[in-house]
Design a protein around this ligand. Structure first.
Ligand code: PLP
Length: 464
């Protein structure tokens, strides 16, 4: 009996012609999005009841029209979110994803790619190992550093700290008040008791202060606690500040401590000469995190972690009898043993494809543009008497204040822009000072985008 090659009695199967029709529709919508993303809003939040009404309803028991459903997803769900790839999305950390990354993601999803065991995913595992090696070389990290891809910076930091503790033993972790909040959350989730989490006030440049760190380490030793890990940041979320990595590297070496560097935001800057200078000492890290879904132009999600050779596997190896790999021959790498995930999609395909399609030099140029855009914004802010510059442009981030602006004024200004959809910026605070913040890592941002955003921030509408 002839079998339909695509629909072997599968109730969820589709005719190839239908798959192509629907697939092409998706491609067209996505390319439309890429072509027109600058024309739409930078951010749009929906009304909870309206979204529920449009997307909810009774459980669908029978088949529905796919195009109709996909239209609803596109026009309702995907229209109500932050558009991190919009050239005037300057808030939080933008996600200026590139099309090669999207293509890689689609291929992986279409083939249901897995990168867990060698036997089950040797192709995707090799893609991951190769992409990690290429990136390691491009960032100037030591040969032999081992990596793995996870969902993002929070998970990469958590994974790194769990592995550091498994390798080095329990003890006190040191961080600063500018460290990303996901790290303190991760430490708590990993069971670090409060007395083993030392959050030091940052210095006047918002950096982890080395002398105070040394004092804290000495005090802990005197109190018979075990100092263990220093958590530095290479590009803080608030201001793009880089902690003093060479000095921290020296201190950790002298004291026998693990140096973890959270470069989730800033580490990709090492792909261009100016960023490389700002990130001097990055290679001293025992473990380093960076997020390709931030400044490496990848669609969500993908975070990346590098560690000393062997440290990840020593922490996470698991080889139960039901995972015995009949296809493995010579100790090939099972990616599941480098992370807490077992079933894992292949996040490397998009990264590998982007590196092959664009080449690392073009990516480095795009990163450098982000650094320059923040400097252009800084110049515009300096020349405008309605603003005060608060922290200089550093790794694509600049912060400033409205003259006489307080937290309320800054939040209102940011909210006005967001409501309008013209642009999205962050209102945050540095220590106790309220500021506005632009993160300019989208290479398609123009000077006009910066000017228009600053003009609107400075223009307070008359109260009616
Ligand atoms: N670390 C830093 C410095 C960050 O800026 C961020 C996010 O902005 C994170 C960690 C968390 O990354 P993710 O949101 O990918 O979990």
């Amino acid at each position: 009996m002839a079998t339909d090659p695509t629909n072997r009695g599968d109730a969820l199967g589709m005719e190839p012609a239908e798959m192509r029709r629907l697939g092409h529709w998706v491609v067209d919508r996505v390319v439309d999005h890429f072509e027109r993303r600058a024309d739409g809003p930078a951010i749009a939040a929906g009304d909870a009841d309206e979204l529920r009404a449009a997307l909810g309803g009774p459980l669908p028991r029978g088949p529905g029209d796919p195009l109709d459903a996909m239209q609803t997803l596109t026009e309702v769900a995907l229209a109500h979110m932050q558009h991190g790839d919009h050239p005037r999305f300057f808030a939080r950390v933008p996600g200026p994803s590139s099309f090669a990354g999207v293509l890689g993601e689609w291929l992986g999803t279409g083939f249901n790619a897995i990168a867990s065991s060698w036997g089950g995913g040797s192709g995707p595992a090799t893609v991951e190992l190769v992409a990690l090696d290429w990136l390691r070389e491009a960032l100037g990290l030591p040969e032999g550093a081992e990596g793995v891809l996870v969902s993002g910076g929070s998970m990469a930091n958590l994974t790194a700290i769990a592995a550091a503790r498994a390798n080095a033993g329990p003890g006190v972790a040191y961080l600063s008040d500018q460290t990303h909040s996901s790290i303190a959350r991760g430490l708590a989730a990993l069971g670090f008791p409060a007395e083993e989490v030392r959050i030091l006030p940052s210095d006047e440049d918002l950096r982890l202060p080395v002398a105070e760190l040394q004092q804290a380490i000495d005090a802990d030793r005197n109190a018979h606690r075990e100092p263990r890990i220093v958590i530095a940041t290479a590009g803080t979320t608030n201001t793009g500040v880089v902690d003093p990595l060479p000095e921290l590297g020296d201190l950790c070496e002298q004291e026998g401590l693990w140096l973890h560097v959270d470069g989730a935001y800033g580490a990709p800057a090492a792909l261009c000469p100016r960023g490389r200078t700002a990130l001097k000492g990055l290679e001293r890290a025992d473990s380093l995190v960076l997020d390709p879904h931030k400044w490496l132009f990848q669609p969500y999600d993908v975070g990346c972690l590098y560690m000393r050779p062997g440290a990840l596997t020593a922490a996470f190896r698991m080889d139960p009898e039901y995972l015995v790999d009949v296809m493995a021959r010579r100790g090939e790498i099972d990616m599941r043993n480098r992370t807490l995930e077992l079933t894992r999609r292949s996040r490397a395909l998009k990264l590998w494809l982007s590196l092959r399609v664009y080449g690392i030099d073009a990516i480095g140029t795009a990163v450098e543009r982000g650094i320059e855009l923040a400097e252009q914004a800084q110049d515009l802010i300096r020349d405008d008497e309605r603003f005060t510059l608060v922290t200089p442009a550093q790794l694509g981030i600049v912060t400033f204040a409205l003259v006489d602006g307080d937290e309320t004024a800054h939040r209102e200004a940011a909210a006005r822009l967001a409501a309008d959809g013209y642009a999205a910026v962050t209102a945050t605070s540095l220590k106790d000072r309220s500021v506005l913040r632009l993160c300019t890592i989208n290479p398609s941002t123009t000077e006009d985008d910066l000017r228009g955003t600053l003009e609107r921030l400075a223009t307070v509408p008359p109260r009616t």
